[in-house]
Design a protein around this ligand. Structure first.
Ligand SMILES: *[C@@H]1O[C@H](CO)[C@@H](O)[C@H](O)[C@H]1NC(C)=O
Ligand SMILES: *[C@@H]1O[C@H](CO)[C@@H](O)[C@H](O)[C@H]1NC(C)=O
Ligand SMILES: *[C@@H]1O[C@H](CO)[C@@H](O)[C@H](O)[C@H]1NC(C)=O
Ligand SMILES: *[C@@H]1O[C@H](CO)[C@@H](O)[C@H](O)[C@H]1NC(C)=O
Ligand SMILES: *[C@@H]1O[C@H](CO)[C@@H](O)[C@H](O)[C@H]1NC(C)=O
Ligand SMILES: *[C@@H]1O[C@H](CO)[C@@H](O)[C@H](O)[C@H]1NC(C)=O
Ligand SMILES: *[C@@H]1O[C@H](CO)[C@@H](O)[C@H](O)[C@H]1NC(C)=O
Length: 544
């Protein structure tokens, strides 16, 4: 289509960012318990590109005997014993079509696979506090692997499998693990998997053994050599296959020096660099909520994201970054916090921040199990974060837009190109308990074709005011999704969407998400302790 016609058919809308507005101070009181603020979005180019299936959740190995601080929160949520016949579970996964699922966790480095080469009896983990990680070695029987794969196929999940990286090593007196990875058992497990035609999206090596490690650690140069071994095994076993699974490592906490050495020495034998996030501290901490509501505390994690992004940029690698496991609070989270409404503040903020630093996939610990499951361990019904994840998945597109908020420190703001529709999706989180924030949207306008007019010296970078509505669209409204806690209780496990309880039908169907349509001339009202997703019909160059 000719650009003339295209131009003519554009609806040029006057933006919100008028002269007078430019002089409004960064915080202005708009009435009782409310303030005005402005979200500035740079529509010129994107700053990151997430995977289509950015949302990922984990399944772990912990048996019911896993307890923390006297509470045992895992029940039957392990890869070994999870009830795969639940319709609620199946539909919860299907709803994402696809959901990435990463299989792994602490005990993965003590799992043997009961393939032909295995000469030992296939026994389950047994609690023993003198053992590393508190359990004996465990074993995955092949019939269970078959059942799991049948379930994964039915649910349409994309599977990342975390391999045992401690096989063949011995623990030294200084706590480190020495020796090369013995991949005999892993190789025969991968061969079994391809023989059965099970689809695996990625093979990941090890869990939390990078840097100073958890339980034990492996030196970066050894880990690089072992990852190259895994890469060769995958190339060999999948040599005839149309597409090869990703090779992923190290699945540990970011440590700048260790990661730099690992990335440099692994070269192009690794596709994805995974790191883990537990930035809220131990689940036993009574101040988790205060940390979550503190913007500077949340900002603290940006250093890790930018550190890894810079490490990747400064290396010759083409590998990308994923968060391979993030539960926020370690040692299984905290009941009525990490499985309650308040956790969506932390979780959605993490998804936004991770995306802004070009993280491609974010795996939440856990899909089910512990106190941080997206699903309730016994009923399998969604906790608030499940709905947050699904809304994100449906609304936030791949391209990430630079976004800044001015007007209230307690607002967290993120914007992406919209998913499967024109326009932009804005995510706003209000961490304040009593102030409604009236948000205006403004575009960083250095890209606009029109009015390169300056209003004020100090507003150089946001100086023009034209935005476009999608071609042919008469839309003068936007779609808003407001998430709040039942009765305003942050510890509630019930979440409301536009005032209505989110739930699952008796047959396990997830409720449809109904937005409210709001006139574009109105600001976005972000209530105290709420989350708003807003789909804006504006077309910006970064998204067209
Ligand atoms: C707007 O653009 C300028 C220059 O490209 C950039 O430095 C600034 O961070 C952008 N602002 C936002 C909100 O993205
Ligand atoms: C626990 O593990 C230790 C060290 O591996 C072993 O000596 C001990 O016998 C085990 N205890 C039980 C009850 O199995
Ligand atoms: C690796 O482990 C297997 C047992 O799974 C053993 O038979 C083999 O000798 C080991 N290889 C090396 C090089 O130690
Ligand atoms: C293997 O799986 C793929 C897709 O998962 C399917 O298209 C193909 O037909 C399967 N092949 C066999 C031999 O089962
Ligand atoms: C799971 O749901 C049941 C029923 O609503 C509730 O009693 C229980 O506390 C929930 N479990 C967790 C760990 O949240
Ligand atoms: C809101 O939070 C502030 C600071 O944390 C606290 O002092 C105040 O009591 C809270 N107000 C309400 C209505 O909960
Ligand atoms: C939106 O508000 C403006 C100004 O109040 C009004 O003129 C317009 O008709 C409204 N549009 C819709 C779709 O309600």
């Amino acid at each position: 289509m000719g650009s003339q016609i295209w131009m003519r058919r554009l609806l040029i809308l006057l933006c919100i960012f008028s002269c007078s507005f430019a002089y409004v101070s960064s915080q202005s009181v708009a009435g009782d318990g409310s303030v005005e603020g402005t979200v500035f979005i740079d529509g010129k180019s994107s700053i990151g590109k997430i995977d289509e299936d950015f949302i990922c959740a984990t399944l772990d190995w912990w048996p019911p005997e896993k307890c923390d601080y006297g509470t045992c929160s895992w029940d039957y949520a392990s890869l070994i014993n999870l009830d795969l016949s639940s319709n609620i579970l199946l539909n919860a996964i299907k709803a994402f079509s696809p959901l990435k699922i990463r299989l792994g966790g602490t005990l993965q480095d003590k799992v043997i696979y009961d393939t032909d080469d295995n000469k030992e009896p296939c026994k389950q983990f047994v609690k023993n506090t003198t053992e590393m990680f508190g359990f004996t070695q465990g074993c995955l029987p092949m019939y269970r692997w078959d059942e799991l794969n049948e379930f994964f196929k039915k649910s349409g999940a994309k599977i990342i499998f975390g391999l045992n990286a401690l096989a063949g090593r011995s623990i030294q007196s200084d706590g480190s693990a020495a020796g090369a990875w013995n991949y005999t058992n892993a190789e025969s497990f991968i061969s079994y998997t391809i023989r059965k035609n099970y689809s695996i999206h990625g093979w990941e090596l090890g869990n939390e053994l990078s840097g100073s490690g958890v339980g034990t650690r492996i030196a970066a140069d050894q880990y690089a050599a072992d990852t190259i071994s895994l890469y060769k095994i995958v190339q060999k076993i999948y040599s005839g296959a149309e597409s090869k699974p990703l090779v992923i490592a190290p699945g540990g906490f970011f440590d700048a020096n260790w990661f730099k050495e690992f990335i440099d020495k692994t070269g192009n034998s690794v596709d994805v660099i995974t790191h883990h996030i537990y930035n809220l501290g131990p689940g036993v901490d009574e101040h988790l909520v205060e940390k979550i509501l503190n913007p500077s505390y949340l900002d603290g994690e940006a250093d890790t994201f930018s550190g890894l992004q810079n490490t990747l940029k400064s290396s010759a690698t083409s590998a990308t970054a994923w968060v391979g496991e993030a539960g926020g609070a370690y040692n299984s989270g905290r009941n009525l916090v990490s499985n309650a409404f308040v956790y969506s503040f932390w979780y959605l903020d993490q998804l936004g921040m991770a995306s802004a630093y070009d993280t491609k996939t974010y795996c939440r610990q856990s899909l089910i199990g512990g106190n941080y499951g997206l699903l309730n361990t016994t009923t399998f019904l969604p906790n608030p974060d499940y709905y947050s994840a699904l809304l994100w998945h449906r609304l936030m597109g791949r391209k990430v837009l630079s976004t800044k908020f001015s007007g209230a420190k307690t607002i967290r703001a993120y914007a992406h190109c919209a998913k499967e529709s024109k326009g932009i999706t804005l995510l706003l989180i209000n961490l304040d308990n009593s102030t409604t924030v009236e948000v205006k949207v403004s575009f960083n306008s250095t890209w606009t074709l029109h009015h390169q007019k300056k209003h004020h010296r100090s507003y150089k970078s946001h100086r023009t005011r034209t935005i476009k509505l999608p071609q042919g669209s008469e839309s003068t409204t936007r779609e808003e999704y407001h998430l709040t806690a039942k009765d305003g209780n942050l510890h509630s496990q019930i979440m409301l969407l536009n005032g209505n309880i989110l739930s699952v039908s008796s047959s396990g169907e997830i409720a449809a998400f109904e937005p409210v349509n709001v006139n574009l001339t109105k600001p976005i009202f972000v209530a105290p302790f709420s989350v708003v997703f807003a789909h804006l019909p504006y077309v910006v160059p970064a998204c067209s």
